[in-house]
Design a protein around this ligand. Sequence first.
Ligand code: FES
Length: 81
Amino acid sequence: MTVSICIGSSCHIKGSNQIITRLQQLVSEHDLEEKIRLQGLFCMGLCQSGVNVTVDDVHHSVSPDTVDEFFRNVILAGIEA
Ligand code: FES
């Protein structure tokens, strides 16, 4: 699974760094380093719905407040599926 987090300036202002840091923590807490690749991406052209994150090319809108929920509902659920 590839998780790409937008690090363009608009998403950066909305907290993409915090999201990356938190996702790195969650991935390592769940021992998923081998299954999940986290990467930064430049502006996806969807700045208004940022922070934009894609999971295997499916778009999601995530904020620092919803990152734990996103990890549980999208990433963990996707890995277990
Ligand atoms: S800065 Fe993230 S979509 Fe534009």
